[in-house]
Design a protein around this ligand. Structure first.
Ligand code: SME
Length: 158
């Protein structure tokens, strides 16, 4: 697929319902993980305009920065540290309405106000996390969790 994305307006659900099939079409048939992660974050950034969206990959028992869109970010996060490291440790999605109220939050950008982190679990182990930051408070809710968990489930990890 080498076409422009169709960018939807409307409710959050309408935006996800429009962009997710396009993302699946982008990654279908491509086996390279980095290429797929790069296109996923580009598509999400274009649809939603979030401050930062990217992946951290588990490598040698640390989270290491992967493909992302947005301001430069910290490259390594240890298990249990920050929102990402906590999501990894608990193997569960974390929604942070106000990053300043999350103990141990790692501020990669002072413009980030709220955040959602989705763990990617394969064979019972977290292999990566998807991290999304917004410049607005209270950006993320169960709708984001639902669709983003659905999205990461369709990524093929070798
Ligand atoms: N805020 C994250 C760190 C990653 S940046 O937001 C891109 C955290 O607390 O884990």
């Amino acid at each position: 697929m080498a076409e422009d994305l169709l960018i939807a307006s409307g409710t959050k659900s309408e935006k996800y319902s429009s962009i997710l099939p396009q993302v699946n079409a982008l990654i279908d048939g491509e086996e390279d993980l980095i290429a797929n992660l790069a296109n996923i974050v580009a598509a999400l950034k274009e649809q939603f305009g979030w401050l930062w969206v990217g992946f951290y990959l588990v490598k040698k028992n640390e989270l290491v920065l992967g493909p992302f869109q947005g301001p430069v970010a910290c490259t390594r996060i240890r298990k249990g540290k920050g929102v990402c490291g906590t999501s990894w440790q608990n193997a569960s999605t974390i929604i942070v309405p106000d990053v300043e109220a999350f103990p141990g939050h790692i501020a990669c950008s002072s413009a980030s106000k709220s955040e959602i982190v989705i763990p990617i679990i394969r064979d019972g182990k977290v292999t990566a996390v998807l991290d999304v930051d917004s410049a607005s408070l209270n950006e993320f809710d169960e709708t984001d969790q639902h669709y983003l968990e659905q999205l990461v489930a369709s990524i093929k990890f070798e």
